[in-house]
Design a protein around this ligand. Structure first.
Ligand code: IFM
Length: 461
């Protein structure tokens, strides 16, 4: 039986985000972000953890690029810290911030690795939150200015630009359930935040494309295939509603230039979406070159009293607070997320079926496990290898079935600050000892290097 091979030129990479790895929160003129503030509030992050030091990537980026080179990746996806580049969230850029990313980019290019940047991965300058945050329309304009200014300085060497990472999390975990920074629990504000994230995205793409039409522009969405727990009409409708407020609330304004009608009805009691001004949906629907897909799990949902998804926190599913997520009995990762590679296949083929053609990249997929360094000095993370192997095969099946999938980024290069879970959850291909900052490539890193080298997997799909 033949091996599973990916198309020639397929992009293999790993992904990280600034606040999760950089540390150095007070170095080089960086200002506080909402995550600095939030993580230092008592009880918000497990273990009282914060990103003050994280992986100290700011000072160790050369070592980390060498690790990437050992993985044989063609691309590296990382995010730019807005508070490092434009500390006040407006005005001129901070030369030290530009210099840091410029050095990182040069180091990557020297190793023949293409930089793939995300302009916003959740670290909003605190000054902008103080001025209203994402629920305030002005933040969209601030983002577009920031995007244009950074692009001006770095587009000569960065050819792949992503505006936002997972705006669903920024809007609904940040402003509805409050389990992420800034920790607000205001459902109507969360809907406004979602809109302004998309508005900022569209304005940012327009500004960057005007300056350089030849680079690649896109956005990354976390997409969660949602299925009813039973075939009862109530559960079937719950799945439709959660799909609307999780997936289509972004997919439709971005890929079709209009909000889904059923979503408008679902959230009516919370908001009339009066913040959507004439012409906004043309901006959110600004044409893109790629769509980034982050996939972790499928959600089975049931209509019930009160969402149990985020224990103790209000529901992130605005307008569908009666819906809860239920287990289906599949094995789970250390996050408690069910392992379901067919969900990735369904997301990719569903996009190809339901929307106009657009090149797709899996910009994140990976798994947390409680990895330890063994007495032999290695990290034997066989569960992660099995997880990735299953998901890579699902992606290959989607390509075979006609999906225009161009690349795959594993989350994550390094163990890092996993937001409200702090350092308790390890997603890295490379283990990090947070006391010593020693990096140890896990068995999955060695296995992944073999995948990138052969551009595929041993054995049939
Ligand atoms: O760590 C996060 C990342 O920042 C965004 N996507 C999901 C990952 C795992 O939770």
């Amino acid at each position: 039986m033949s091996d599973v091979l990916f198309p020639a030129g397929f992009a293999w990479g790993t992904a990280t985000a600034s606040y999760q790895i950089e540390g150095a929160v007070k170095e080089g003129g960086r200002s506080p972000s909402i995550w600095d503030t939030f993580s230092h509030l008592p009880g918000r992050v497990a273990g009282g953890d914060h990103g003050d030091v994280a992986d100290d990537h700011y000072n160790r980026y050369r070592e980390d690029v060498a690790l990437l080179a050992d993985l044989g990746v063609t691309h590296y996806r990382f995010s730019l810290a807005w508070p490092r580049l434009q500390p006040a969230g407006r005005g001129g850029l901070n030369p030290d911030g530009v210099d840091f990313y410029s050095r990182l980019v040069d180091e990557l290019l020297a190793h023949d690795i293409q930089p793939w940047v995300t302009l916003y991965h959740w670290d909003l300058p605190q000054d902008l939150e103080d001025a209203g945050g994402w629920p305030a329309r002005d933040t969209a304009y601030r983002f577009a200015d920031y995007a244009a200014a950074v692009h001006r300085r770095l587009h000569d060497r960065i050819r792949y630009w992503t505006t936002m990472n997972e705006p669903w999390c920024s809007a609904f975990l940040g402003y509805a359930s409050g389990v992420h920074a800034p920790g607000r629990t205001e459902p109507a504000a969360a809907l406004a935040a979602a809109h302004h994230l998309m508005l900022g995205h569209g304005l940012g793409v327009q500004a960057m494309r005007a300056a350089d039409p030849d680079a690649s522009y896109g956005i990354t969405l976390n997409l969660t295939p949602t299925v009813p727990a039973t075939d009862s009409p109530a559960d079937v409708d719950a799945a439709r509603r959660v799909d609307a407020v999780s997936n289509r609330i972004f997919l439709d304004p971005i890929l079709r230039g209009r909000y889904p009608e059923d979503l408008r009805a679902d959230v009516e009691a919370v908001s009339d979406l009066g913040f959507v001004q004439d012409g906004d949906e043309i901006v959110t629907g600004t044409p893109l070159d790629v769509l980034g897909v982050n996939y972790y799990f499928r959600a089975a949902v049931s209509a019930d009293e009160g969402s149990l998804r985020y224990e103790g926190a209000p529901s992130a599913w605005v307008g569908s607070e009666d819906v809860r997520q239920v287990g289906t009995g599949l094995p789970v990762t250390d996050m408690g997320w069910e392992i379901d590679p067919t969900g990735l296949y369904d997301v990719l083929t569903g996009l190809a079926r339901d929307y106009d053609p657009i090149p797709l990249y899996v910009t994140e997929n990976g798994a947390a496990y409680p990895d330890v360094v063994s007495p032999d000095g290695a990290v034997h993370d066989h569960e992660r290898i099995a997880f990735l192997d299953g998901h890579f095969r699902a992606a290959a099946r989607a390509i075979d079935d006609g999906v225009d999938l161009r690349g795959y980024f594993v989350w994550s290069l390094l163990d890092n600050f996993e937001w409200a879970y702090g350092y308790a959850k390890r997603f890295g291909l490379v283990h990090v000892d947070y006391d010593t900052q020693v990096r140890t490539p896990k068995d999955s890193a060695l296995w992944f290097a073999e995948v990138t080298r052969r551009n595929g997997l041993r054995g049939p799909g």
